[in-house]
Design a protein around this ligand. Structure first.
Ligand code: COA
Length: 169
């Protein structure tokens, strides 16, 4: 199967925050941001695998910075690592200053998608070769994150999470 690069799956969604999408503090509602990130990540997974892809887990979300009403929000996602049938998608969220146009990182998240056939059974995806320093760092740490996610989901015994355990010894 053809090897792909993270840049092959780069997906950028830019949209504004409208009044119906905010919480009582007039900041973007967390669930709305999760949906935008899920949409971008699903496109990245599809671009990498060229298959039907489903969200298997949301491994990490950090709402570091509130996103005010009227903000221009850019959600940028890429596959950071491909395993057998699953892919880790790394998502960076940026907001744009109205006057200067400068972008500030507001949030980030990590989702896992699985490629499936027409009947919903997992199928293999192409491998990935990271190119930039950041892509290499994210690729290297992805196996630990997969093991942590599987342990928390009760799908892997902590004893078998060798990469994860190596962090603590
Ligand atoms: C995701 C799904 C296809 C996995 O099916 P499954 O029968 O558990 O399949 P497997 O156990 O073979 O797992 C498939 C892959 O997903 C990975 N995976 C499963 N659960 C995971 C989790 N919680 N975290 C990280 N990876 C996970 C497995 O490690 C495996 O990866 P690999 O093949 O790359 O090693 C299945 O659970 C499903 O269809 N879920 C519903 C998806 C959905 O509808 N999402 C939208 C939300 S409503």
């Amino acid at each position: 199967m053809q090897v792909r690069y993270p840049s092959d799956s780069l997906t950028t969604l830019t949209d504004v925050v409208l009044p119906g999408e905010t919480n009582p503090l007039n900041n973007l509602f967390g669930g709305e941001l999760l949906a935008r990130m899920d949409r971008a990540a699903s496109i990245s997974a599809r671009r990498h695998s060229r298959r039907i892809c489903v969200t298997a887990s949301v491994n990490h979300v950090a709402f570091n910075k509130a996103i005010p009403l009227g903000s221009v929000v850019t959600v940028e996602s890429k596959v950071s690592r491909a395993f057998n049938t699953s892919m880790e998608i790394y998502i960076d969220v940026w907001i744009e200053d109205r006057e200067s146009g400068n972008k500030t990182k507001a949030n980030e998240a990590i989702y896992t998608f699985v490629a499936v056939d027409e009947t919903g059974n997992p199928i293999p995806v192409p491998q990935i070769e990271p190119q930039t320093e950041l892509e290499k760092q994210r690729f290297d740490a992805a196996l630990r994150r997969k093991q942590l996610s599987l342990v928390l989901a009760g799908k892997m015994k902590p004893h078998d999470a060798t990469e994860l355990k190596a962090l603590f010894v």
